[in-house]
Design a protein around this ligand. Sequence first.
Ligand SMILES: [Zn+2]
Length: 119
Amino acid sequence: MDLKPIDAFCTKCRTKFTYLMKPKKSFLGFQKLYCPTCKSKVLYPLTKGFRITYQIFFVWMLIAIAFTFSQGFIGLPSWIAVLVMIALFKDRSMRKRLAKINNKQCFNIGTNLNKEKNN
Ligand SMILES: [Zn+2]
């Protein structure tokens, strides 16, 4: 796995920082970063490998549930499946939030440029 610096944002003190070290992984595979300013832990979305693995697992689980249902049984997701669903859901909301932050910054840059043009 190659090491890419992560452009991170601390949700506590709102500092932007670039994380150059290899992040540690949380229980579900989220990336754990530490803010250089306030030292608080910042959770970052899953790496691509984790996300793809979870998504494949999720699809297989749906197929398995559909299969047991077609056999006349009610298939219930196992606790692993529940964890995978939680991980995917958390990952999604985290990425949405990050996209929002990034969009805001782009928007600010855009408005600054417009101001400069007007002057
Ligand atoms: Zn911080």
